[in-house]
Design a protein around this ligand. Structure first.
Ligand SMILES: CC(C)(COP(=O)(O)OP(=O)(O)OC[C@H]1O[C@@H](n2cnc3c(N)ncnc32)[C@H](O)[C@@H]1OP(=O)(O)O)[C@@H](O)C(=O)NCCC(=O)NCCS
Length: 184
């Protein structure tokens, strides 16, 4: 487990640059990974995405982290048996105890030297948790490049939308309950 470093008298966690936790998970697709159409099952890719993002969240936060949400999982191209898939993940944004991890999925033929193409992308939110499963603080991410800074700003937009959507749905449910409306 990575040691958490504090950098001031209040015990605030020291920031960590994006490159420290950036991770790539690679996997060759076999017949066991296919759906009924013969291409790779989306769930197989989602598992790899969650695994790679979880490794990044664990590395950045220096301990256990759980998937709180996975959104905007996009499948851009089908993945085939014999594709070598690379799942590249990095921290985009950090809050108090949550982190957004951005993931890009690339695929190339395992036995050809043609360039890899992007086949998918996703954004996941992880919450760092303590031994009791309660949220714990995470080190702030330090964006190192212009691309990191753009990703941080985009993640903040997604965070604002997630919170607004969640609040609007909770308010709607509370109104329905107050009016005595119940789902069958
Ligand atoms: C995620 C979890 C720890 C949040 O716990 P909680 O008691 O709701 O705690 P909080 O409301 O303080 O949320 C903690 C942080 O996660 C964020 N968060 C919680 N639910 C979220 C969601 N659905 N989407 C995005 N962010 C979320 C909060 O905004 C908060 O962020 P911040 O501290 O950076 O401001 C809890 O819901 C949990 O354990 N879920 C199960 C996770 C799991 O088992 N995943 C694997 C699936 S098999």
């Amino acid at each position: 487990m990575t040691e958490l470093v504090t950098d001031d008298a209040e015990g605030a966690l020291a920031g960590k640059p994006t490159h420290v936790s950036r991770t790539t998970l690679s996997h060759i697709m076999t017949a066991a990974d296919t759906n009924l159409l013969g291409t790779v099952h989306g769930g197989v890719i989602m598992k790899l995405v969650d695994d790679a993002a979880g490794a990044v969240a664990g590395r950045h936060s220096g301990g256990p982290a759980v998937t709180a949400s996975m959104d905007e999982m996009a499948f851009l191209e089908p993945v085939r048996v014999g594709d070598l898939v690379h799942v590249k993940a990095q921290i985009n944004w950090t809050g108090r105890s949550s982190m957004e991890v951005g993931v890009r999925v690339m695929a190339e033929r395992w036995n050809e030297s043609t360039p890899a193409t992007q086949v998918g992308s996703a954004y996941l939110v992880f919450a760092a948790v303590d031994a009791e499963g309660k949220p714990r603080p995470v080190p702030p991410v330090i964006a190192e490049t212009e691309r990191d800074r753009r990703r941080y700003q985009e993640a903040q937009i997604r965070r604002t939308h997630r919170l607004a959507r969640r609040r609007a749905i909770m308010e709607l449910r509370a109104r329905h309950a107050a009016e005595g409306l119940h789902d069958a």
